[in-house]
Design a protein around this ligand. Structure first.
Ligand code: 6PG
Length: 469
């Protein structure tokens, strides 16, 4: 009988190639498939031994080379390509085979695909994979959801290839249907928020504090050794130290200030609106990428309006405040994302365990951070915690750092340095922790012009007033 392989992967771009090599490093044999012959050959060359890693451009050869039940992961761009690959593979598969979509697919697409494949007896699950190219090679965080039966078959492979946090693999079955893609989507929303906040702190340190790139590197590097320890703070420090190959300057100063996006942050924000869950730091992070894209308009507007020259500040004090404010705002961003997950779990029947999600984000993924160990503990202590801000262990962390956020937001407002992520994080905190908000007035206005009725503080029921009489 011809040799068969433990694991199949379609899409041999950088992520796919790295993932398959990671599978092979962990003692499993793997077979790749891509229409591009160059990519197939590159994998065979890099794999070194075709008994362990092999590949083909032909779907038939690919499917025939896999041991049953076949375990096939797709790492192709989200959207129509996923459907095309599934349609191409399905006639070649048998009942009980498993297809895993490892891309950033929109969660409702995953639900549709799962239902369709279930009719054919094929297990399908969406598994978010985070950690970029390096993560795929050395250990990503993997967020699978969908067919539990199918997951059992790939569990040993996923646990072997996933990143490890204190020996524990950063992967676990998250829940039915599109739970995996949904969790990855919110992961990316949080990622957008953290990145926006980091860029605002950079702006303050550079334009108010006058820090050089070397000093920026030193600040972020030292923060990364403390409570802000995280992948994003770590790479930010490295970015400031990067020299430019094409000029004598630092690379950061040569990069155009327009940030692109593939859509997962926007989806998080849109879906949060549908659920009625506030995620303002994520919303504004998406809007800021959109504002950044308007470079030409921004340049014209800049010439029309004078902006204040930032008042001088004490560098050392500013650096300390920035560390505190960034920590505070990171907490707010995770709190918003976790809140969205808690609500989505009820709405879509995902049965999510938030403690387990935080746990598999502690290593491998883009939002990995020391804070996630604390978040894990908070949700393990109370699985029904509606919001991280209600966790007793977070109260002192927030109290110690919120004032720095207040000072920096007010400095930014007075001095014309946009702090939308930080100010939204602060506003979120102030609003969420206010037992009384002025929204009674909005109810009154709604009732005034539209007879929408209102409730009262002092008695049950719904009331309407003839305001104009
Ligand atoms: C990850 C990332 C990844 C995402 C990129 C780009 O977890 O490895 O989230 O999945 O695609 O970060 O996202 P944008 O292009 O939308 O910024």
């Amino acid at each position: 009988m011809a040799k068969t392989y433990d694991f199949g992967l379609v899409g041999l771009g950088v992520m796919g190639r790295n993932f398959i090599l990671n599978v092979a490093d962990n003692g499993f044999t793997a077979f790749g498939n891509d229409l591009d012959e160059e990519k197939v050959n590159a994998l065979i060359d890099e794999g070194g031994d075709t008994d362990k890693v092999n590949a083909s451009t032909e779907a038939e050869t690919f499917v025939a080379s896999l041991s049953k039940p076949r375990k096939i992961m797709l790492l192709v761009p989200a959207g129509k390509i996923v459907d095309a690959v599934i349609d191409n593979l399905t006639p070649l598969l048998d009942k009980g085979d498993i297809i895993i979509d490892g891309g950033n697919s929109f969660f409702t697409d995953t639900d549709r695909r799962e239902a369709k494949l279930k009719e054919k007896g094929i297990h399908f699950f969406g598994a978010g994979v985070s950690g970029g190219a390096k993560g795929a090679r050395k250990g990503p965080s993997i967020m699978p959801g969908g067919s539990k039966e199918g997951y059992k078959e790939v569990k040993p492979i996923f646990e072997a290839v996933a990143a490890k946090y204190e020996g524990e693999p950063c992967v676990t079955y998250l829940g039915p249907k599109s739970a995996g893609n949904y969790v990855k989507m919110v992961h990316n929303g949080i990622e957008y928020g953290l990145m926006q906040l980091t860029s605002e702190i950079y702006d303050l340190l550079k334009n108010a504090g006058g820090l050089s790139n070397k000093e920026l590197h030193q600040s972020f590097d030292s923060w990364n050794k403390g409570r802000l320890h995280s992948f994003l703070v770590e790479i930010t420090a490295e970015i400031f130290a990067q020299k430019d190959d094409l000029t004598d300057g630092d690379l950061i100063d040569m990069i155009l200030d327009k940030a692109k996006q593939k859509g997962t942050g926007k989806w998080t924000s849109q879906n949060a609106m549908d659920l009625g869950i506030p995620v303002p730091t994520i919303d504004i992070a998406v809007s800021m990428r959109e504002i950044s894209a308007l470079k030409e308009e921004r340049m014209k507007a800049d010439a029309l309006y004078e902006r204040p020259k930032p008042e001088e500040v004490m560098k050392r004090a500013l650096i300390e405040k920035c560390e505190q404010a960034l920590y505070f705002a990171f907490i707010m961003t995770y709190a918003q994302g976790m809140h969205q997950l808690a609500d989505a779990s009820k709405e879509y029947g995902y049965e999510l365990d938030l403690g387990e999600i935080a746990k598999i984000w502690r290593a491998g993924c883009i939002i990995r951070a020391a804070l996630l160990a604390d978040i894990t503990k908070a949700f393990k202590a109370d699985a029904e915690l509606p919001n991280l801000l209600l966790a007793p262990s977070f109260v002192s962390k927030v109290k110690e750092t919120v004032n720095a956020a207040r000072e920096l937001v007010s400095y930014g407002a007075t001095n014309g340095i946009p702090m939308p992520g930080l100010s939204n994080a602060l506003t979120y905190f102030d609003a969420y922790t206010s037992s009384r908000l002025p929204l009674n007035l909005i109810q009154a206005q709604r009732d005034y012009f539209g007879s929408h009725t209102y409730e009262r503080l002092d008695r049950e029921g719904t009331f309407h007033t003839e305001w104009e009489e």
